[in-house]
Unconditional design. Structure first.
Length: 81
């Protein structure tokens, strides 16, 4: 067993976030319509959430597939608003 005082090197840590301008969800009728206003600028943060009417939280679903969130894939439940 490793010594508890030994630190683990995780390397460089990077994150990836969905881009609301690239997601099909941006104008879907079923999207989360939450908007956050910061310094007078409205951000459609609900679009990038993993859950919506088509993909409800567990246990009903596991959320939107990665392809929809990160790669611009089409959603089978998409309904244009």
């Amino acid at each position: 067993m490793a010594d508890k005082k030994e630190k683990r090197d995780w390397g460089e840590f990077r994150g990836t976030w969905p881009d609301p301008e690239e997601m099909i969800c941006r104008n879907c009728r079923k999207r989360d319509k939450t908007i956050f206003v910061l310094n007078g600028v409205a951000k459609p943060v609900g679009v990038t959430k993993a859950f919506c009417e088509a993909y409800p939280p567990p246990p009903e679903s596991n959320g939107k597939p990665s392809g929809i969130l990160f790669y611009g894939d089409m959603c089978e439940y998409y309904e244009e608003e």
